[in-house]
Design a protein around this ligand. Sequence first.
Ligand code: SF4
Ligand code: SF4
Length: 69
Amino acid sequence: MKGKIVIDKEFCKGCQFCIAFCPKKAVQISAKRNTKGYAYAEYDKTKKCSGCATCALVCPEATIEVYRE
Ligand code: SF4
Ligand code: SF4
């Protein structure tokens, strides 16, 4: 199964739960900050997201959408 995620960076608080739990290491922290000042999580397109949705489940801000291909 392949997938991809879309993170709404403005709702991200930079807690990094999604990064800690992604089995494919497909989420990384951005060098940039959102308008609230948080260094936000972003999808690493070079990794192979499986669409498992673990990141979306652990995100306390519910700001990750998962798409399966
Ligand atoms: S859906 Fe799964 S593999 Fe894809 S970024 Fe989220 S935790 Fe990682
Ligand atoms: S789990 Fe959610 S709030 Fe935390 S860093 Fe990831 S996207 Fe941002």
